[in-house]
Design a protein around this ligand. Structure first.
Ligand code: HEM
Length: 390
């Protein structure tokens, strides 16, 4: 297996990680990323196999479970019941409860609400230069997911703050301050949700939290809290940055407004997700000795899937480094694959398909003010700000 060096906090990499992914792919289907001490793949075919192979899991084999330092216990107490950190059959049970609320048909019914909300947010944008990330992209997904769960919209700023602090744990540059902030957020977030669950138990509504409570023994109280936190966090972090990355790409590529018309918007959104997705690296643990792309792996090893690298694999895409608005729609890996395939994909797609055409229709003079910079948050890939004039 070849080895490659690349600091994940190197400014050039943070701004443009794609040349490194190309180097990884050219060096082999699986390559050692020295800085992480982690074998990784940027090959679409290899990642497709990894994500679907039941001998690999999100959770470590029990004897390899990392020892949790006491100061992080409250954070990992939440993660311990998150479907994203678990494997079948527990993950399947938790996922099944949530999936019922996330069917494509149910989600499609939200389109008018998402449109009304987008209008409201655009109406509220100040005149003059404005940061579309803070002024638009950060609000829309969090309000939509809060409404779905039945969390009052007025708590959206808290949800954003808690979620930002918690996902900090997955950044390459994490330090003790990041950890303390994540723990404080985990405690505050779960405390708030326990109160809300008690309210909804007394007085149910037509929201996801009430439905999950009504599922009775299907989820334990701890699983219910972890599931809500996962949905609220996963439900907006990635969508915020897909909106930001997408708007930037559309403006840079000078994509004509016709590409945002109803008959072309699906293809455009898929290309945005392929070209510059917000989540780049996901890990799997090896549960049985096995071979991956001709390399021997042992129980307890880990392997990293560079989803954003797979999306630019020339084996899967012609001219993969080029943004082509009306590329033929076919699956890419922005939402992952296999057992953990993103539950929120229909919702995220709908938000993008509704919000982007509306933004460009309502703000036809949209221009970027300066070149936006990606934040140093690897393995997240999203902008610091997106300042525009209109
Ligand atoms: C463009 C926006 C989004 C992107 C790019 C994205 C990406 C992903 C990816 C790559 C995974 C799989 C991780 C893995 O296999 O290890 C995932 C899982 C997940 N996503 Fe999303 N996501 C987005 C939006 C959403 C939304 C809106 C929601 C909430 C409603 C959501 C909820 C989830 C959940 C609950 C999981 C875990 C599923 C499981 O473990 O079975 N995501 N997402």
């Amino acid at each position: 297996m070849q080895s490659l060096k690349q600091s994940p906090t190197d400014p050039a990499f943070v701004q443009n990680p794609y040349p490194f992914y190309d180097r990884v792919r050219a060096a082999g289907a699986v390559v050692m990323w020295e800085d992480y001490g982690l074998p990784v793949s940027a090959s679409a075919a290899t990642i497709g196999v990894i994500l679907r192979d039941r001998r690999l899991g999100r959770a470590p084999p029990p004897e390899f479970a990392p020892v949790i330092p006491p100061h992080l216990a409250p954070f990992y107490a939440i993660e311990a019941h998150s479907m994203l950190e678990l494997d079948p059959p527990v993950q399947t049970r938790l996922r099944g409860q949530v999936l019922r609320a996330f069917t494509s048909r149910r989600i499609a019914g939200l389109a008018p609400e998402i449109a009304a909300l987008s209008h409201r947010l655009i109406d509220a944008l100040p005149e003059g230069p404005v940061d579309l990330l803070a002024g638009f992209a950060q609000h829309l997904p969090v309000i939509v997911i809060a409404r779905l769960l039945g969390v009052p919209e007025s708590r959206a700023p808290d949800l954003v703050a808690w979620s930002n602090a918690m996902v900090g744990m997955y950044q390459a540059r994490r330090d003790r301050a990041t950890e303390d902030a994540a723990v404080a957020a985990a405690i505050a977030f779960s405390g708030y949700l326990r109160g809300l669950v008690a309210d909804r138990t007394r007085q149910p509504g037509d929201d996801l939290i009430s439905h999950l409570i009504a599922a009775g023994d299907a989820l334990t109280p701890d699983e219910l809290i972890s599931t809500c936190i996962l949905l609220l966090n996963a439900g907006h972090e990635a969508t915020v940055h897909t909106l930001g990355n997408g708007i930037k790409t559309l403006l840079e590529a000078k994509v004509p407004v016709e590409a945002l018309s109803p008959d072309r918007i699906e293809a455009l959104v898929e290309e945005i997700l392929r070209f510059d997705p917000p989540l780049h690296l996901f890990l799997r643990w090896v549960h049985e000795d096995m071979e991956i792309a001709g390399h021997a792996f042992a129980r307890g090893d880990r392997i990293g899937c560079l989803l954003a690298g797979a999306n630019r694999d020339p084996q899967g895409w012609e001219r993969p480094g080029k943004f082509i608005p009306d590329r033929l729609v076919k699956p890419n890996l922005a939402f992952g694959g296999g057992a953990h395939f993103c539950i929120g994909a229909p919702l995220a797609r709908l938000e993008l398909q509704v919000a982007l055409p509306m933004l460009f229709a309502r703000l036809p003079g949209l221009r970027m003010k300066g070149k936006p910079r990606y934040a140093n948050l690897y393995h997240f890939h999203g902008l610091e700000r997106l300042v525009v004039t209109r």
